[in-house]
Ligand binder design. Structure first.
Ligand SMILES: Cc1cc2nc3c(=O)[nH]c(=O)nc-3n(C[C@H](O)[C@H](O)[C@H](O)COP(=O)(O)OP(=O)(O)OC[C@H]3O[C@@H](n4cnc5c(N)ncnc54)[C@H](O)[C@@H]3O)c2cc1C
Length: 214
């Protein structure tokens, strides 16, 4: 367990924020997650790392959950506070040998975009498309981080995105080439449903990588 100093808290919406911390000697593989909490409390939760493997800071993207314990507490952290970080954990990572050769489809719901952001910031030259499912346009967190035409926003709660509906509906209407490597991150309902759709479309299951948040 290490203590990391908070250097910025960036509010993206009324419920979503980014905590930027000093990186110190911490190293990780893009796509991995940490556990985070206040030193004064035993409560910890998992958060994917949002920043690049190569940055000299560490960032996480957090959405406050209704009645949630840690996501609400962390919102109150201030520049200069210290947070306990453990990790890195997880195997939601890119295959080094595929990064320059393959075409990737990154499918995320809500803050599930966090490890995808880290992938893209770490390897900006990759051939990728991001499919991001949210309710409202305002949840298109820092979409300017993705290359021109590489980010498709699916909004289910209003007709303001590139596609009106869920990412799973988009996938049904827009089948992908069978040699695409897919990464899915976010809530389990989307992941199970998208997995079935991709399987039916002939994407072999080997190249499908998943990270379930809740
Ligand atoms: C590997 C991994 C990576 C994760 N990465 C991120 C991340 O990058 N950003 C992020 O915001 N969260 C992430 N999460 C979710 C995070 O760990 C917490 O579960 C979330 O912040 C809620 O914690 P809490 O203490 O506020 O709520 P709790 O007090 O633990 O839970 C309150 C209620 O909210 C439900 N709940 C939990 N998470 C969500 C959610 N995301 N949306 C709606 N309801 C939920 C719980 O099932 C419970 O019923 C990740 C989870 C895992 C397993």
């Amino acid at each position: 367990m290490r203590s990391h100093k908070v250097i910025e808290v960036r509010n993206l919406t009324s419920s979503t924020y980014i905590i930027k911390m000093e990186k110190n000697e911490f190293s990780f593989k893009t796509g991995q997650y940490i556990t985070l909490g206040f030193s004064s409390s035993i409560d910890r939760r998992e958060y994917s790392i949002y920043s690049s493997e190569n940055s000299n800071f560490l960032e996480v993207l957090i959405k406050e959950v209704d009645n949630g314990l840690v996501s609400k507490k962390l919102r109150r952290c201030k520049v200069g506070d210290y947070l306990d970080v453990d990790g890195p954990f997880g195997h939601f990572s890119l295959e080094e040998s595929e990064i320059k050769k393959k075409k990737f489809l990154f499918i995320a719901t809500g803050t599930g975009i966090s490890p995808i952001h880290s992938f893209v910031e770490t390897h900006p030259g990759m051939d990728y498309q991001v499919l991001h499912g949210v309710r409202l346009q305002e949840e298109a967190y820092e979409k300017e981080s993705y290359g021109n035409g590489k980010y498709i926003l699916c909004t289910s709660g209003e007709k303001t995105g590139d596609f009106h509906g869920r990412v799973t509906e988009y996938l049904i209407k827009n089948p992908i080439p069978s040699d695409t490597i897919c990464y899915l991150c976010g809530n389990c309902h989307m992941i199970y449903e998208a997995y079935d759709i991709l399987e039916k479309q002939g994407i072999s299951l080997g190249p499908v990588h998943t990270e379930v948040y809740f």
